[in-house]
Design a protein around this ligand. Structure first.
Ligand code: SF4
Ligand code: SF4
Length: 720
């Protein structure tokens, strides 16, 4: 067998290969350790964050989201490329490690690969290197020629990192070529003239390079072999040490980011981890004002972002031209961190120096006021991010900081004051809270009691402010009450004792006001003695379920309806087709706080599908990719800078899907969608209806419940 010296045996510039490569290894590892240690400085100095519980659950998520690349296929081309590259890296990790050791120990063979498994593994890695190389080339071409719109960086967010991204892609491609050339030169040296080499995988990159080197002399092959090995080592360590300076740092941090990702995403982060509500008055400041106020995990998020743009691509605020793009919330913070905690030199933020305020460009901040108030807390960014980067907690924390500095947008000051004084954002009298149910006509067909000591009920219908006070939304309240009455629920409302759930207030960053509203409601609910709670408002549902403690279990009305449909207590009349104008086509709009935040996607759809004759279509963006109507986070009262309303985009999506009726299950959505239908000029062509209203309209009723004229409209009447 003809062979060449191994890399460790060769001598170059009077230095033995072993000494040279040992020096490279030591320098490379020490440099990497130093850089990572410097990158850890802000994390060590950041705020506390409890992420060490439930290790098995966390490991399961690592298997799913990191090893399994669970979210990557949501973008077909980019996702497939990423999965191939990731799989290639995983397969090549062992080969890279073996190659590193061969430089100092010529006969090293990875345990387990000395027998038959060795050639099999070599074949797999030959193909893996080829696939990674091809993917790098495709990725470069995508960046330069077919650049997806989501990669663009608008001028207001800074400069694009395209050159950096391409540089890193090319470096990885060089690494693959060096690795393949190393194997090819060795194989070519071993081959005899006229004999084919069977050790390299056919049509792989090493195989092609070996063919190209087939006629080279043995000394030349030795030089190729040594040069490829040296190139591999230098590129490997350069990549390792360069990655923590840019977006490729996610290669190192993503596993940890996923392990430490928030498990209970629907629960908002407390003001400070480890500080109870009772101890909050001892907290020096609320929220995030300077970089140091972020938790260590939020800083790890900044390092872990791959700059793929998926979050912003799905952000409704970004889609309608609001000055918010979640990707840049992260990228700007990462750049700020790199600038103020440099690898070389001293950190400009220390114990006595907290750094510049993050909000307000005049003071050297990185975020604008409008940026942080533009978020609806819809959660689309978090649902999309393959690396589980968190946004809502950070944005709410930034808002908490502004609220503490009494820096509130003008349009939100009035509703906040009203919430403080009257317990609702409209400033309406508490005694009018149950007016929607107390009309003589409605009490006759559906008596709704106000629960109290002498007026007990099993179920509490928690109405919340918008349904109680908004004339249009009161119809949802009445429909909900009639459904509960129809299924024989012994229910009541809190009436004047009910205050706003505080859901929006909390997401707006007003934690103290939220706590006051919550404590009042919890006391009223407990005093009522109810066993369960039902609401038709997903915001109230989310607050009662996740923000409140020690209250009875809560259900959204869509869950109650589906259960009663299955139990046979609710039956539906068929949809009346309109012969003149054609049939109605329904599209269900997922409210963010019912769908994405609570994963209730199917119940409302199953209810719709149970109505005979109802034709339903899906909008292009639905379920966890639903497009926010613009109602969350006190947005009904905020006047954002935007090119278009979110609701208008949403009704256009419904029209594109062929629908002429939008069904939703949230009063906030109803306000926005009905308004958007008018703005989009679709009045007369499109209508909106709440699920409870539609069910109430189609339900097969007991005779006593029928309003005058309903029997004549063809509704079935069941006599009890
Ligand atoms: S929560 Fe919604 S609005 Fe806010 S940044 Fe994320 S996607 Fe955009
Ligand atoms: S936060 Fe996540 S989705 Fe957004 S750019 Fe970074 S990696 Fe991509």
């Amino acid at each position: 067998m003809v062979d060449i010296q191994s890399a460790s045996q060769m001598t170059s510039w009077m230095v033995s290969g072993r000494s040279l490569f040992l020096t490279i290894h030591v320098l490379g590892v020490l440099s990497f350790a130093y850089i990572v240690a410097k990158r850890m400085v802000p994390l060590v100095r950041g705020e506390r964050d409890f992420r060490f519980d439930q290790p098995l659950v966390r490991l399961g998520r690592v298997l799913k989201f990191w090893l399994g690349q669970w979210k990557q296929p949501r973008y077909k081309v980019a996702g497939t490329l990423h999965i191939l590259i990731f799989a290639g890296f995983i397969v090549l990790a062992l080969r890279a490690f073996t190659t590193l050791i061969v430089g100092v120990s010529q006969n090293f063979v990875m345990p387990g690969l000395s027998g038959r498994a060795g050639p099999v593994y070599d074949t797999v890695t030959d193909y893996a290197a080829t696939i990674v190389f091809l993917c790098m080339m495709i990725a470069v071409i995508r960046h330069l020629v077919f650049k997806p719109a989501r990669y663009a960086v608008p001028a207001r967010y800074g400069k694009a990192h395209t050159a950096d991204a391409i540089f890193l892609l090319v470096l990885i491609a060089i690494l693959m070529v060096a690795d393949s050339l190393f194997a090819a030169a060795k194989a070519a040296a071993q081959s005899q003239p006229g004999h084919s080499v069977e050790t390299l995988a056919a049509f792989s990159l090493p195989w092609m390079l070996q063919r190209a080197l087939a006629s080279a002399s043995l000394p030349a092959l030795g030089r190729f072999y040594f040069g490829a090995y040296l190139g591999h080592e230098l590129t490997f360590y350069f990549l390792l040490c360069y990655r923590p300076f840019g977006i490729q740092f996610h290669v190192e941090t993503s596993l940890f980011n996923i392990y430490f990702a928030k498990l209970d995403r629907e629960i908002l982060k407390p003001v400070r981890y480890g500080v109870s509500d009772q101890q909050l008055d001892q907290v020096k400041s609320f929220g995030v004002k300077t970089f140091k106020d972020f938790t260590w995990k939020h800083m790890l998020d900044f390092y872990s972002c791959a700059d793929c743009g998926r979050c912003s691509d799905n952000c409704p605020a970004n889609a309608v031209g609001r000055p918010l793009s979640p990707r840049f919330i992260t990228i700007k913070a990462r750049d700020y961190s790199f600038q103020h905690y440099p690898v070389f030199g001293h950190a400009s933020i220390g114990r006595g120096n907290h750094g510049t305020p993050l909000i307000g460009s005049k003071a050297g901040g990185i975020y604008s006021e409008d940026e942080i108030w533009s978020c609806t807390t819809c959660g689309a960014c978090e649902a999309e991010c393959p690396l589980l980067v968190e946004y809502i907690d950070k944005i709410v924390d930034l808002r908490r900081g502004k609220i503490e500095d009494v820096n509130v947008p003008q349009s939100l000051q009035k509703p906040l004051k009203a919430l403080e004084s009257r317990g609702n954002p409209y400033g309406k009298m508490e005694k009018k809270k149950a007016d929607w149910a107390n009309t003589k006509e409605f009490q006759q067909i559906c008596p709704v009691k106000t629960v109290g000591k002498s007026n007990g009920a099993d179920t509490l219908y928690f109405v919340d402010s918008i349904t109680s006070y908004d004339d249009r939304m009161q119809s949802i309240g009445r429909a909900t009450a009639r459904i509960l009455d129809h299924v024989g629920e012994n229910f009541g409302i809190l009436g004047p004792a009910e205050r706003d759930s505080g859901h929006e207030v909390r997401r707006f960053g007003e934690e103290t006001l939220f706590m006051a509203l919550r404590d009042h409601n919890v006391e009223a609910i407990r005093a009522s003695g109810v066993q369960q709670i039902v609401t038709a408002d997903p915001h109230a549902f989310n607050a009662l379920k996740h923000d409140y403690k020690d209250v009875p279990p809560v259900e959204h009305i869509s869950q109650v309806i589906l259960r009663e449909v299955k139990a046979g207590k609710i039956k539906f009349n068929p949809i009346a087709n309109d012969k003149e104008n054609g049939n109605s086509v329904y599209a269900y709009h997922d409210p963010c706080y019912l769908g994405r935040h609570n994963q209730i996607y199917e119940d409302p759809r199953d209810v719709l599908d149970a109505i005979p004759g109802l034709t339903r279509v899906e909008m292009a963006r639905s379920r966890d990719r639903s497009f926010c109507c613009g109602g969350g986070g006190l947005m009904l009262f905020y006047e954002p800078k935007e090119d278009q309303r979110m609701g208008v985009k949403r009704v256009q999506m419904a029209a594109e899907a062929g629908a002429n009726v939008i069904v939703t299950a949230c009063p906030f959505c109803m306000v926005n969608i009905e308004d958007a239908i008018k703005v989009a000029g679709l009045e007369g062509k499109m209508t909106a209806i709440d699920l409870a209203e539609l069910v109430d309209q189609q339900i097969v009723r007991k005779c006593r419940d029928l309003k005058e004229g309903q029997a004549a409209e063809g509704k079935e009447c069941v006599v009890h």
